[in-house]
Design a binder for this molecule. Structure first.
Ligand code: DC
Length: 228
């Protein structure tokens, strides 16, 4: 009989990077390619942000927010995110929700309240986790850590396209300003700042297609496997 691996050895690939670096799309495609589970940790922060608006908790009330996050009733099913049993997948993609997510994510108690929920996604046969601190804090023992980067202009152009496709209105100058502000806040915060893990592989996607980025990550992962 094939021995089952201990839980902590379930392979994880972490894909971290700034807003609109393409990590969400790349992570989803890598997961599909390998048949792995997917954790979109940004969606958790966005759900928490949406809940804070719904339940009227101020973005600077760290402890109250952490309590709210601990009590959140959220589910992910077939790519849909639900809050209190209602599908909010589209709503959480709005820029305003992303900005609020970034604002509440600065609080250490809020981050701590989300750790166990994130680690619970680690299941056989493996997990691809995308976010800001997947490789540094949540899965420090990941098999492969990737840090995606792209110029702020390339990222703004992608975000613009994404928002228009989803039926939101968008303005390029506002997007560039928001991205710069969000990068600054995500990178400068004391709690789990956005930065590559020491053992992360850097991948600049400015001039790559999504398929090329996916191929590179899968190739890196395959290179780690012992040859049969
Ligand atoms: O990846 P995203 O744009 O959906 O994330 C929204 C915000 O949530 C992001 O600006 C910062 C925060 N976030 C975080 O602090 N840590 C994560 N692992 C994921 C997201």
């Amino acid at each position: 009989m094939k021995p089952t691996r201990p839980f902590h050895q379930t392979p994880v690939i972490t894909i971290d990077g700034p807003t609109a670096s393409g990590k969400g799309t790349v992570a989803a495609l890598v997961a599909a390619h390998l048949g792995f589970h997917l954790l979109d940790s940004g969606a958790l922060y966005r759900l928490a942000a949406l809940a804070s608006v719904r339940y009227d908790v101020a973005p600077d009330a760290a402890d109250e927010l952490a309590k709210l996050v601990g009590d959140l009733h959220i589910t992910f099913r077939e790519g849909l995110a639900q809050l209190d049993g209602v599908d909010v997948s589209t709503e959480i993609r709005a820029e305003a929700v992303g900005n609020r997510a970034s604002a509440i994510a600065v609080h250490a108690p809020v981050r701590a309240a989300l750790v166990a929920r994130q680690r619970a996604f680690r299941k056989e046969p493996g997990l691809v986790a995308d976010g800001r601190d997947m490789g540094t804090v949540i899965f420090p023992d990941a098999a492969l850590k990737v840090f995606l980067t792209a110029s702020v202009e390339a990222r703004a152009a992608r975000r613009y396209k994404q928002l228009i496709q989803k039926g939101f209105s968008a303005n390029m100058d506002d997007l560039l300003r928001d991205l710069r502000e969000r990068d600054e806040r995500d990178s400068m915060r004391a709690a789990a700042p956005l930065k590559p893990a020491a053992d992360a592989k850097l991948l600049d996607t400015s001039a790559l297609t999504i398929d090329q980025a996916v191929e590179q990550v899968v190739q890196w992962y395959r290179a780690l496997q012992p040859r049969a």
